[in-house]
Design a protein around this ligand. Structure first.
Ligand code: PRP
Ligand code: ADE
Length: 173
């Protein structure tokens, strides 16, 4: 079965007009979970990534098993007010609202090769805000990786136009 067939679609969540691509069903099925994580492991094994940066909350589910398998550190990018130490932050817009993400200011070191991982790419607002945080610390974004792309929302185009490499395991037209 392809990755896409493990993902459920729920209409009008969290707002009318949004087709919500629900990855909870992929994580519920051990075959779906294995296929998704193995797809990323195959791509990044031997790539020399120093750290994987993940965006709260669903990105954590993808990035943690990948970092564990590749033997990389995991950088937590969290929604505002959740990190206890000194942070840097960025505001951004989503398909269904606005938010702010933050990162501890001492988790990424200049010159490190960082893989940015999230579950899903829609408008690209979250990924571009995360990239700004990573680059503020002088690190290099090696690639951005997602389980799902929603190309109609323009995020992949925006990221590529800004010069970032995008890898996705499946897309919903
Ligand atoms: C979702 C998803 C991505 C982001 C993608 O997160 O997990 O992080 O939206 O949208 P974008 O490309 O338009 O930025 P959400 O903020 O809903 O939070 P959650 O992971 O905590 O559910
Ligand atoms: N994040 C942003 N847009 C989304 C969508 N349509 N489905 C699931 N997560 C999302």
């Amino acid at each position: 079965m392809s990755i896409i067939s493990y993902i459920r679609t729920i209409a009008d969540y969290p707002k009318k007009g949004v087709l919500f691509r629900d990855i909870s069903t992929l994580f519920l099925d051990p075959r779906g979970l294995r296929k998704a994580i193995d797809g990323l492991v195959m791509r990044y094994s031997g790539a020399g990534i120093d750290k994987i940066a993940v965006i709260e909350a669903r990105g954590f589910l993808v990035g943690a098993p990948l970092a564990y398998t590749l033997g990389c550190g995991l950088v937590l990018i969290r929604k505002k007010g959740k990190l206890p130490g000194s942070t840097i932050g960025e505001d951004y817009a989503l398909e269904y609202g606005t938010d702010r993400i933050e990162m501890h200011d001492d988790t990424i070191v200049a010159g490190e090769k960082i893989l940015l991982v999230d579950d899903l790419l829609a408008t690209g607002g979250s990924a571009l805000a995360a990239i700004r945080l990573i680059e503020k610390n002088g690190a290099e974004v090696y690639e951005t990786a997602f389980l799902v792309d929603l190309p109609d929302l323009g995020g992949s185009k925006k990221l590529k136009a800004s010069g970032y490499s995008v890898f996705t395991l499946c897309e919903f037209e």
